[in-house]
Design a binder for this molecule. Structure first.
Ligand code: ATP
Length: 387
């Protein structure tokens, strides 16, 4: 059963906030930060293992983004965190107390968890104010309305309180959904691709607004996204998931500079991948030797050259000032130049490489197909993975 139908079964409407935080009250007096821990969580559907021993500890008030390919188990993890689904094995703890595990299962309405979906799921027949107040049912009506209005005012929509959802733009609806999810002051906010329905410009603005609201309320947050840049922007840390497991956890900088796997490196930058044979714990590349620690003689290694960590300039011309001077300069010939706005994408046949290399450069001026060029890499930014 999916999240929405589960909530619909219990409330008669596909609303996005579980209405009763821990303690059975409509809302906590204030959000108190709660850590959430997944311990070796497994979820099997028949033979298929959607979660295969997932472990993650999220600190109180921390924002963690969950990033991974389609089908890797992200939504399943949110469902288990919210209590909509039970793990097949392992435990979930909120603030150190087991909420799902072999010994105990705390129902969703007692977990102080807020949920928000990508399609906002507002009630079409309720006004904006009533949509937001819906999660405060156990408060006296006037108090609920006052709280709801305060939050609508916080997201800049108090003037639309009497309107119905269909009269609002996508960005406004997203703000209402956010206000509704946060008004009960949940300790933990679970968000499933909350910005994917918005266009790029609106998405930027809403990301900032959401983040500032999460910070104000100090809600511990787990946000599912498909977009690495969104994860870098929103997350204090990013959890990379693949095949139901946590592959790597770290800050944006950690993951960008020290990706644990080729799959992680590919997520965070555009790279050229070149297969080479390992000898003496290094690979001999046309740009010079590069260390391949941990790899054995004869192994295949994949050399990753970030497109933005390479330099290209016209043969015989003055090199760009940002040149590293640490690598060997190789001759090449330009095959294509594409204008991509802030950078140019230059495809170059480089001496010693079987396949052309792509270089993203802020200074493609004057380069054109057929030009002879000089190419350099920054060896310190090259990555090597097992092939
Ligand atoms: P997406 O990014 O596409 O939303 P996801 O990472 O959120 O994907 P999940 O929805 O968690 O992935 O699904 C993980 C795996 O479990 C998928 O292979 C999916 O088909 C399977 N799965 C999820 N729910 C069920 C179910 N109720 N019955 C059977 N298989 C399921």
């Amino acid at each position: 059963m999916n999240l929405k139908s589960w909530i619909k079964d219990r409330t008669g409407s596909p609303q996005a906030t579980l209405p009763q935080p821990i303690g059975g009250r409509g809302r906590a007096a204030a959000t108190f930060a709660a850590g959430i821990t997944f311990e070796n969580v497994e979820r099997r559907y028949g033979d298929h293992q959607a979660l295969a021993g997932f472990t993650l500890d999220i600190a109180p008030s921390e924002v963690v983004c969950l990033l991974g390919p389609s089908g890797c188990g992200k939504t399943t993890l949110l469902r288990i965190a919210s209590g909509i689904e039970k793990p097949s094995a392992g435990r979930v703890l909120i603030n150190g107390a087991e909420v799902a595990g072999p010994a105990r299962f705390v129902p969703p309405e007692q977990r102080s968890v807020g949920l928000m979906f990508q399609d906002f799921a507002l009630f079409p027949h309720l006004t904006i104010l009533d949509n937001v107040a819906f999660g405060l049912k156990s408060l006296p009506k006037a108090d609920a309305a006052r709280e709801a209005l305060a939050l609508l005012s916080r997201v800049g929509l108090a003037h639309l309180a009497a309107n119905y959802p269909h009269t609002l733009s996508g960005g406004q609806q997203q703000r209402v959904a956010l206000a509704r999810a946060i008004v009960p002051r949940p300790s933990v906010m679970l968000m499933d691709e909350p910005f994917s329905g918005l266009d790029v410009q609106l998405r930027d603005a809403m990301q900032e607004e959401t983040l500032s609201l999460l910070r104000e309320t100090r809600a511990t947050s787990l946000i599912v996204t498909h977009h690495p840049e969104e994860a870098m922007r929103l997350g204090d840390r990013i959890a990379i998931m693949s095949h139901g497991r946590l592959i790597q956890l770290g800050t944006a900088e950690d993951l960008y500079h020290h990706p644990a796997e080729l799959f992680v490196a590919r997520l965070f930058s555009e790279i050229n991948e070149v297969r080479l044979r390992v000898k003496d714990q290094r690979i001999d590349t046309p740009f010079g030797p590069i260390a391949a620690p941990g790899l054995r003689d004869g192994d295949t290694a994949i050399l990753c050259l970030r497109e933005r960590a390479m330099m290209v300039w016209p043969d015989g011309a003055e090199p760009p000032p940002a040149r590293t001077h640490t690598g060997k300069v190789l001759p090449g010939r330009v095959l294509h130049v594409r204008f991509l706005g802030d950078v140019g994408l230059v495809e170059v046949a480089v001496q010693g490489f079987d396949e052309p290399l792509k270089v993203r450069t802020p200074e493609p001026d004057g380069l054109k197909r057929g030009d002879n060029v000089a190419v350099e890499i920054d060896p310190a930014r090259a990555l090597v993975f097992p092939g």
